[in-house]
Design a protein around this ligand. Structure first.
Ligand SMILES: Cc1cc2nc3c(=O)[nH]c(=O)nc-3n(C[C@H](O)[C@H](O)[C@H](O)COP(=O)(O)OP(=O)(O)OC[C@H]3O[C@@H](n4cnc5c(N)ncnc54)[C@H](O)[C@@H]3O)c2cc1C
Length: 454
């Protein structure tokens, strides 16, 4: 398969999934109630395809999509908000089209609890919804328990906001942007990378590249210091390694650099001190050669702190107390044929699950379809499709005019009972960053978001 064909399939959202579009015409489901919690990349797609495929198959279903926010702001492309090339408004999507086109109901409310025995969910509006199947797609939450953030003159919450993660697109994305703009030339920026697994494996390195590019053009002498809690770059090793060393000469990369604390005085916010759990050496990510000196404390004016991550709280609360339902205290254990958890009738998709598939929006979109298909089959007395295939494509801007790309295919391995990387495996752009990939990036993003929200 050439790259054009591959991307064509991705754009249509069909790679490996065409076989899963249900052909259940003769089976009738009488107004089964499906409640989807979280209208992000995974949840919105699942709700849309549940409603659309049920209708095409002559089924009567009642699909309700619930999100605590009235509109969704995409994390994908939000690094370009940090560099001032896009606005959050341009990344904002509503639910009107999904409602009018596919007949699903959107409810703007937070889900506060789930009663998996009586099959109901309680909303922040005091409404209660009953369900036959519940799909939880709440994304991630941040775990600050391993890092101490103290700022003289600020509350704990203010101190955290002053070292923004900007890893859920929203106010913190603008904060990070404003902090970069306010930087005095020559002052530095620290970007921390949490222990894997975290949302969007290439994302932090993409952010490092676009910030480094922006600093070169706008803040002479400023550098990006990357403190990576992992042993090395987690995705697109070759392209990011080259970008860190060759394309951008203003990046210092420290692997095995887990952050223990951040401290500063609100009266002098341009001096923020980041201390590591253990001293780390700077490493050239292309040659892997480490410098002999190690360092445990760094100072910068801007600290973009990405804390450790875990699945959404509503998922953790719903699965709590069921032995083996939560992996490592963070992620939902799911059957990757249907995304059903160990709690019958409760499915989890997207970033909240434990999986070899990456925590990525493109994958969340794919999981939404596989889950929708499996649910419609199960409710029709059939078994889930036994050989699902998903794919992930990701374009990563390296500068304001060039990008690289990464693709991966995952297939269900019946022996291992999980989705695993399948041939041709994980491929990163062999040609490195190009302007052509940069323009393809816009096309890919537009098609992915249309497949999810329209
Ligand atoms: C900077 C950055 C760049 C990225 N770039 C890419 C990329 O190029 N390609 C890619 O594929 N992925 C990318 N990603 C990753 C992608 O954004 C996520 O993997 C994806 O959004 C996960 O989808 P999700 O549905 O699991 O969660 P989300 O999209 O976060 O959706 C979760 C939804 O659940 C709602 N919610 C949570 N709890 C509740 C509750 N109790 N009640 C009601 N609603 C609730 C939230 O409001 C939210 O709308 C990037 C991420 C970042 C941060």
């Amino acid at each position: 398969m050439d790259r054009r064909t591959f991307f064509g399939m991705l754009a249509a959202g069909t790679a490996g999934l065409s076989a899963t579009a249900p052909e259940l015409g003769a089976q009738t489901v009488s107004a089964k109630k499906f409640v989807v919690v979280g209208g992000g990349m995974a949840g919105a797609t699942c709700a849309k395809y549940l409603a659309m495929w049920a209708k095409r198959s002559g089924m009567t279903v009642d699909v309700t999509l619930v999100d605590e926010n009235a509109r969704y702001v995409s994390c994908i492309m939000s690094n370009k908000v940090v560099t001032g090339e896009r606005t959050l408004a341009s990344l904002t999507y509503g639910y009107d089209t999904l409602s009018s086109k596919f007949g699903l109901r959107f409810v703007n409310a937070g889900v506060t609890s789930v009663d998996a025995v009586n099959k109901t969910v309680a909303l922040s509006t005091s409404e209660t919804l009953s369900y036959d199947r519940l799909i939880l797609a709440p994304g991630i939450q941040f775990d600050y328990s391993t890092v101490s953030i103290t700022a003289t003159g600020l509350t704990d919450e203010q101190a955290r906001d002053a070292v923004p993660h900007a890893w859920k697109a929203g106010p913190q994305t603008d904060t990070l942007r404003n902090q970069l703009v306010a930087l005095t030339a020559g002052e530095h920026v620290i970007v921390t990378v949490p222990k894997s697994p975290y949302r969007c494996p290439p994302g932090p390195y993409e952010r490092v590249c676009v910030i480094a590019d922006w600093l070169k053009k706008n803040k002479a002498g400023s550098r990006v210091i990357v403190l990576d809690a992992n042993a090395g770059i987690q995705a697109e090793k070759v392209n990011f390694g080259n970008a860190f060393t060759t394309v951008h000469a203003n990046i210092d990369y420290f692997p095995n650099a887990a952050v223990a604390s951040v401290s500063f005085d609100a009266a002098s916010p341009s001096v923020k001190t980041v201390t590591l759990v253990a001293p780390a050496a700077q490493v050239n990510p292309v040659t892997n050669v480490a410098s002999v000196t190690t360092q445990s404390s760094f100072t910068a004016a801007v600290v973009n702190l990405l804390p450790q991550m875990k699945g959404g709280q509503i998922m953790l609360d719903t699965l709590a107390g069921v032995e083996g339902a939560i992996v490592g205290g963070r992620w939902a254990k799911v059957n990757e044929l249907s995304y059903e958890t160990l709690v019958p009738g409760v499915h989890v998709i997207g970033d909240s699950i434990a999986s070899k598939q990456p925590k990525a929006g493109h994958i969340g979109n794919q999981q939404g379809k596989v889950c929708a298909d499996a649910i419609l089959r199960l409710e029709s007395g059939l078994q889930p499709y036994p050989a699902p295939v998903t794919n992930s494509a990701c374009y990563t801007p390296i500068t304001s005019s060039t990008a690289t790309w990464l693709t991966a295919i995952f297939a269900y391995n019946a022996v291992a009972g999980e989705m695993q990387v399948a041939p041709p495996g994980v491929i990163e752009a062999p040609e490195g960053p190009t302007s052509q990939a940069y323009s393809e990036m816009g096309e890919w993003f537009g098609e992915l978001m249309a497949d999810t929200f329209a």
